[in-house]
Design a protein around this ligand. Sequence first.
Ligand SMILES: [Zn+2]
Length: 136
Amino acid sequence: MSGNKFSRFKDRLEGIRANLLGDLKKTRQSNQEEEFTEMLADFSDDAARSFSRQMILNLGEQERETLKLVEEALYKIKNGDYGVCARCTKSIPEARLDIVPFALHCVTCMDQVEKEKQRDHLIDDDRGSAIPAPNE
Ligand SMILES: [Zn+2]
């Protein structure tokens, strides 16, 4: 893969990251607004309140997970091993990267990883160190 193609994906990944960071900020604002919501507790249904709160928490978790993948993909672009499956080391088809630029696995391995994730749901990931420090 040429450097030009890398920069095309880099632009997209950085755009996704900017959107995610904007969304994370929004999520935090929502949590602050929750105090305001609690002030209005007398007017709102308890169950409905906890449901929307759970939705906010879930959304945040999903965004953080995606952000982690985006950071890892950008790190790979920097190191020149972007577009290579992290599991079987085969090239990830460019058509797949066009759809999911932060894909770290080919489709076959992605299925395996997802299955393992579900199985090891309670075991937290141990590859957090693969993500570079922001001040690098
Ligand atoms: Zn693979």
